[in-house]
Design a protein around this ligand. Sequence first.
Ligand code: KDG
Length: 334
Amino acid sequence: MKKFLLLVVVLLISGTMLFAEGQADSGEENFTITAGIGLNDKSAQYESLVLFKDIVEKNSDGRITVELYHSSQLGDDREMMEALQRGEQEMTCPSTAPIAPFVPEFGIFDLPFLFPTAEDADYVLDSEIGQNLLDELSDIGIKGLVYWENGYRNLTNSVRAVRTPADVKGMKVRTMENPMHLDAWRAMGANPTPMAFGELFSAMQQGVVDGQENPWGTIYLQNFPEVQGFATDTGHVYSPFVLMIAQSFWDGLPADLQDIVMDAAVQSRDHNRELNRRYNAEYMEKLKDVMTVVELTADQKAQFQSAVMPVYDKYADVIGQDLIDAVIKKIAER
Ligand code: KDG
């Protein structure tokens, strides 16, 4: 009887110890988010990622570590999305244009001159329309967290001051890897080439392309004026960023850590939009000291707008006319 009681006590003690150990293990499980972007470490995008990292590491008491990589060190937008799908990288933040080949509805953001103001874009992106699009990413193994901002894109080139589509005729313009951007530039008379962002600077330097289009902050901070003498405020597309995380990683995070990551994503989104708008405005002014910056008249801008209109018809079926109508209606209701 004594022996039996002793055995029961021993079993109870070791059972309790095993249980306690298990608890401690799951509570202390640590995670690492490896996050990569294409822009350099001076960009508003990188600064926003630093804020995201600080918030996540502080609020998780170090249970999540965020490692940051800029300047396409981990690959270009498309390659990093593919790495997320394979679960080999946790986070990236591409423009929406390279997302459209994965989820065609994201092409909505490539429609030229769709958003009259950045605040209109915020209104649509943060509505159920934007959320539904983020949710669609889970079909391709990615969790879309929030929209950050890349911004209105403007043309630069090394050939001449561009004031009308006639000035773009035959110009070799690098675009993001997205068919609608290629079609839009063809419609404006250019000879466009898709290319990853990481290859762009040397392509301009070597004369493989004459020009490219990006927001003012990127043009200045990536030193494009070293190889481009002319810029025009075409503002032809409003380009959002999507802060995204591998679905497999997200699903494996405990709920309290998911909340911390989502909260940091939202806080850094608000910071990013404010910072990016300030940078784009400030750097446009600075660019005037180092390159010829053409500011289009209303009539000249209208010429670019009418040149690209055929793209709306051509891509209506790919994007979905319902979605296009819903976005236009949402902008009008603001
Ligand atoms: O980090 C973002 C970049 O990879 C890219 O999306 C920038 O707008 C961009 C471009 O032209 O490729």
